[in-house]
Design a protein around this ligand. Structure first.
Ligand SMILES: CC(C)(COP(=O)(O)OP(=O)(O)OC[C@H]1O[C@@H](n2cnc3c(N)ncnc32)[C@H](O)[C@@H]1OP(=O)(O)O)[C@@H](O)C(=O)NCCC(=O)NCCS
Length: 182
């Protein structure tokens, strides 16, 4: 599948993206707040191949997609709608972006497109999102997207890139019934 926005192409990961994925995740600032921590070509390749198994599935549970920048055709990040539960009408969202591309409104643009996809095409009723209480960029993005804070869980995130350091996590939800299409 493919979603285009003014600056981005959100699409399935391909094997040719592996070097770009590793390069963009190759910064502790990306890895420390994201659980996808096995950042080597072998493990990234396994992940890409695993994702490809979801493509074309009638009841797909995981839309783990790459973010390509139209201007240079580089794969600069990823965004996921996963744990898709069609019976309950809900799913979880996650994302990461190479540090060189931060603070340009890129993830806001990508996330809005994915939210529209989840509500309009998948006809979900709710999207869940959680992030470390210490992740200032992600907490800011989530609020800007219109998610509502629903509580904090203690010592919920323990990314391996951070060793034994466990973080509390803020939980947010976005309801289709409250979402205003941009
Ligand atoms: C979180 C992340 C995806 C944000 O991507 P981004 O493209 O830089 O975010 P945007 O430029 O679209 O910013 C949207 C809003 O988020 C907030 N925000 C983003 N970065 C911020 C920062 N460094 N400090 C404070 N607020 C920030 C702001 O509210 C911003 O809106 P504004 O520019 O109008 O002030 C990026 O920082 C990242 O990949 N971090 C590492 C991986 C990660 O944490 N993933 C999430 C795991 S839950």
């Amino acid at each position: 599948m493919k979603i285009t926005t003014p600056r981005l192409i959100i699409r399935e990961f391909k094997e040719k993206d592996i070097a770009d994925i590793v390069a963009n995740r190759n910064s502790l600032n990306v890895l420390e707040n994201h659980s996808l921590i096995h950042n080597n070509k072998k493990d990234v390749r396994s992940q890409v191949l695993l994702n490809q198994k979801q493509v074309g599935k009638k009841k797909r549970e995981n839309y783990s997609l790459g973010i390509e920048l139209k201007s240079n055709h580089k794969l600069i990040g990823g965004i996921d709608i996963y744990k898709v539960d069609r019976f309950l009408g809900k799913a979880t969202m996650g994302y990461w972006l190479g540090k060189d591309y931060w603070r340009q409104g890129i993830m806001y643009e990508a996330a809005q497109a994915m939210i529209e996809f989840a509500f309009n095409k998948l006809e979900l009723k709710r999207i869940d999102l959680d992030t470390s209480t210490k992740n200032i960029p992600s907490n800011g993005l989530i609020k800007k997207l219109g998610f509502r804070y629903e509580g904090t869980r203690r010592k919920y995130h323990g990314p391996k890139a951070k060793g034994t350091c466990w973080h509390n996590a803020n939980f947010y939800g976005l309801l289709a019934s409250k979402y205003k299409t941009k």
